[in-house]
Design a protein around this ligand. Structure first.
Ligand code: SAH
Length: 216
């Protein structure tokens, strides 16, 4: 998959490249490109945003700036899905993550300050996605959340099998994963369910199935 992120803070993505899941899939299943709107802005002095029409606080990311950024990279609006990140969008859930992870190319647009000029959402994007019903200061954390969640679905991103049975996965009927324990078997009198120490894999499997929590 080729995943392109447009941002005003390219450095926000640096650390993630060195960690799983990105480190495991970059150069293979995933090509991640980070673009700065300022590098292709048609305005002077790297300007990318402007005062809102009608007045009010904050700055709004300009439609001509985003159009120029898409033009510079794709020669126009790309054929593949272009996702704008906004708290007002469709909420990202595991179903959408799995759907997106099957795409061969994705573009993710982030904004800062007051957000996007509405015409960007209306004319340059196919999807508007939120990572949750709260307002962050910029789209970098949402973009990292989306990129991480999508990357861990790609082949080779995780150690074998670990991405199959997870909270919200089809394997658990969308429920929450059973609890995990590791050594020590007892700490401050807090013990581990006896069954997990038994080595009896049929009983362990049954215990795990019983301890999947359905989402209401
Ligand atoms: N004025 C807007 C909020 C803008 S927040 C409003 O009230 O709806 C600035 C930018 O941060 C947004 O344009 C978006 O790119 C990003 N952002 C903030 N919260 C987000 C969220 N929950 N999900 C996705 N993107 C978000």
């Amino acid at each position: 998959m080729r995943l392109d992120v447009f941002t005003l803070v390219p450095a926000a993505f640096d650390w993630a490249r060195e960690r799983r899941p990105l480190a495991a899939v970059l150069g293979g299943e995933l090509e991640l490109r980070i673009f700065n709107y300022r590098d292709s802005t048609p305005l002077t002095a790297g300007q990318v945003d402007d005062d809102p029409y009608g007045g009010g606080p904050g700055m709004v990311l300009r439609v001509d700036v985003v159009a120029a950024a898409l033009e510079a990279v794709y020669g126009g609006v790309p054929e593949h899905r272009v996702i704008a990140l906004s708290p007002q969008g469709r909420q990202l859930d595991q179903e959408l993550v799995e759907e997106l992870s099957l795409e061969s190319a994705l573009t993710v647009l982030s904004a800062r300050f007051e957000g996007f000029d509405q015409r960007i959402l209306d004319h340059l994007c196919t999807d508007v996605v939120s990572i949750g019903p709260y307002v962050l200061s910029g789209g970098e954390i949402p973009a990292l959340a989306l990129v991480d969640a999508v990357a861990r679905r790609l082949p080779g991103a995780l150690s074998e099998g670990s991405g199959e049975v997870e909270s919200f996965s089809a394997a658990l009927d969308g429920g929450l994963e059973y609890p995990h324990y590791t050594r020590p078997a007892e700490f401050r009198g807090w013990t581990v369910p006896e069954i997990l120490l038994s080595g009896d894999h049929a009983r362990i499997d049954a215990w795990r199935r019983e301890n999947v929590k359905a989402l209401s």
